[in-house]
Design a binder for this molecule. Sequence first.
Ligand code: ADP
Ligand code: MG
Length: 344
Amino acid sequence: MSQIHRLSPRLANQIAAGEVVERPASVVKEVLENAVDAGATRIDVEVEAGGSKLIRVRDNGSGMSADDLPLALARHATSKIHSLEDLERVGSLGFRGEALASIGSVSRLTLTSNHRDDSSEGCSALSEGREMEVTVKPAPHPRGTTVEVRDLFFNTPARRKFLRTEKTEFNHLEEVVKRLALSRFDVGFSLRHNGRGIHNLKPADSDAERRRRVASICGPAFMEQAIHIEHDRAPLRLWGWVGLPTFSRSQADLQYFFVNGRVIRDKLVAHAVKQAYRDVLYHGRHPAFVLYLELDPAQVDVNVHPTKHEVRFRDGRTVHNFIFSSLHRALADVRPGQDSPAQA
Ligand code: ADP
Ligand code: MG
């Protein structure tokens, strides 16, 4: 008799889920990214008990057809790339085709969706059993998608044990919403926790509205003590807001860096920023910033890690120098007592 046997789809997905679904915040990240990729202009997030009991995300994006719903729940199924060449130039936030399958294997997941503008009749799908067979039924829904994730890790008690307090889990989850709201000013976001409204952000089209959104996410004090920078050196562009040395922090907790719209943590970027602030910040203090780096997608590899928080730049040295010199110049332009600092 053979020793080797195939894992059931659910177990295979649960193992894969270990990489992408760590806590409620990771679910929210994946589901929000899908909504953005679907072209949504409005995304409403509702959670209960820090997300461990319920996460419901509703978007007005492209929606899915009845035929697409089972595929959305299947592993390695994606509408976003077809080939390795696509992967090298990927513009969407997702592309691995495993998030929904992973989430579905460790929660009670329902997708309800409608891809038509001219009908309010959509359908809903959930996957059940070891083989994760998908049942699709008609269900009313306007164009767009609602993803409902209940009882995260109900069937993986070992993982559930690792969840922290409701407040801690909610803080992580809120951070994910903030990052996405900072990365897409053109999309409206709302967040409710246990029935209470936490954020309600309208799409921000003008400069003033964008400033207001940053202020509502990072705090008005940051906005008052930040300078706006914009530096173009084709094919690189860096823009955003950097906190003045007077707004330094004891922790590195107000630092947002986006590469082509994707929030990242990167040693090279962190080093460039730190160097730029070196002469103006006291030892042990951390700068605050919201920065956007734009470059040719072919110059950056986002497929380094399943959560895509890490990137690899083709030409790291040029990127480092560009970030350093942009910030260094902006900070050097600010002289004490100057209340409207020059743009870099
Ligand atoms: P990926 O995002 O990597 O493609 P996912 O498992 O997150 O993989 O989603 C699988 C597929 O389901 C997506 O490629 C997309 O076609 C579809 N999908 C998921 N969420 C949505 C949504 N909110 N609106 C429209 N389509 C969606
Ligand atoms: Mg996805």
